[in-house]
Design a binder for this molecule. Structure first.
Ligand SMILES: [Zn+2]
Length: 371
């Protein structure tokens, strides 16, 4: 039972409660708390259906670089926000490179934390890029929106830029995130200064050759150079190996890992080895990524893909990733993430499920039922 504001006042087990109160609404399916979508780029919503699939990461970046921004940006952001609200997403960690999403985030019932993203590979430009990022961050914070500055990916941030970010986290610890090991070539670049990503970046800016890397992986490079974050969310992890996880856990206890399985299938046609993360007690979260690399912004669609490839993982465990762990990363676990008295997590109905086995089906969908 919830009050008029959606705060849980009592949890009723219909099997033991006896006569149910009048006015009760019956649904068939599973109820779960609102989802926390830990990785999205809302401002890219106008790219829905525009990019070729399975091109690999370099092909994807090239399509991003060459894409033109039409006039549908605002309408597409609004439609994406509505879609997420209706399918049960209550909080989003959203990457932004522009101020395009500010107005919609201010009006939305979704709680957004915006990661204002920095990237630049030329060390001489780090100060300028950092200052521009701070100005954009200020626009979000002055609009009353939770936000922090973050790096894009190991291969697109110079040590100088990571050092500036670390200094800012030292002054005031922030939630941070980075795209991590989305393609195999990320590690190749840091191990041997070669591979498709390296060649692509050198083609864009020969200054990349000046970086002398002596890291075993792109993740090690980040953890060597990025310090003082409050928590760090590593996104994708498609090519992360168990040894990388173990090393990362030695660096910090404040790491969270985000899977965006449908985007991984869209771009690289490969999924992370989810088992190694479970085995190492990783704090796992789920993201939809953006419409540049996904067909829907639905957490249930992401869980279906995990379930298809890793059928031994229970829906209950995956819902913990998709609800409570994301809420904990955002520091919102006192309100969101689980059904507990006093919380206001949002109530979601997952329909068309196999009620006997407790499994998602291809046709499973979710909808918010307490709005
Ligand atoms: Zn992303």
């Amino acid at each position: 039972m919830v009050d008029d504001l959606g705060v849980i006042i009592e949890i009723i087990d219909p099997l033991t409660y006896g006569e149910l109160p009048s006015g009760i609404i019956k649904h068939e399916g599973f109820l779960c708390p609102g989802f926390v979508n830990m990785h999205c780029h809302l401002e890219l919503s106008h790219l829905k259906g525009k990019f070729a699939e399975k091109t690999g990461l370099v092909g994807f970046i090239d399509q991003m670089r060459l894409s033109r921004h039409g006039e549908m940006i605002h309408e597409s952001i609004s439609a994406a926000d509505r879609e997420m609200t209706e399918n049960g997403i209550v909080a989003v960690g959203d990457i932004s490179n522009t101020n395009h999403t500010i107005e919609i985030k201010k009006e939305s019932s979704i709680y957004y934390h915006t990661f204002v993203e920095l990237f630049d590979i030329a060390p001489g430009r780090a100060e300028k890029v950092f200052k521009d990022g701070q100005s954009l961050l200020k626009q979000f914070s002055e609009s009353g929106l939770s936000s922090s500055l973050v790096p894009h990916a190991p291969y697109t941030v110079s040590p100088a830029l990571l050092s500036l970010l670390s200094k800012s986290y030292f002054n005031s610890a922030q939630l941070s995130t980075i795209h991590n090991q989305e393609t195999e070539d990320e590690d190749t670049m840091f191990l041997s200064q070669s591979g498709d990503i390296y060649d692509f970046l050198v083609g864009l800016n020969p200054a990349v050759k000046e970086h002398e890397h002596d890291n075993n992986s792109s993740l090690e490079y980040i953890l060597d150079h990025l310090h003082h974050f409050e928590k760090l969310l590593l996104v994708h992890n498609t090519f992360t190996k168990e040894e990388h996880i173990k090393e990362a856990h030695e660096f910090s206890d404040d790491l969270y890992w985000c899977f965006c399985p449908n985007a991984n299938m869209y771009i690289e046609n490969q999924l992370p080895d989810v088992e190694i993360f479970r085995r190492n007690n990783c704090k796992i979260t789920i993201g939809t990524d953006s419409y540049a690399s996904n067909r829907t912004l639905s957490i249930v669609d992401e869980l279906k893909t995990i379930s298809d490839h890793f059928p031994e993982i229970s829906l209950h465990e995956m819902l913990n990733w998709a609800c409570l762990n994301g809420a904990a990363f955002l520091g919102k676990e006192d309100v969101l993430g689980s059904f507990e008295r006093g919380k206001r997590p949002g109530i979601v109905l997952i329909e068309n499920v196999d009620l006997l086995s407790g499994k998602l089906l291809n046709e499973s969908t979710s909808k918010r039922i307490d709005l």
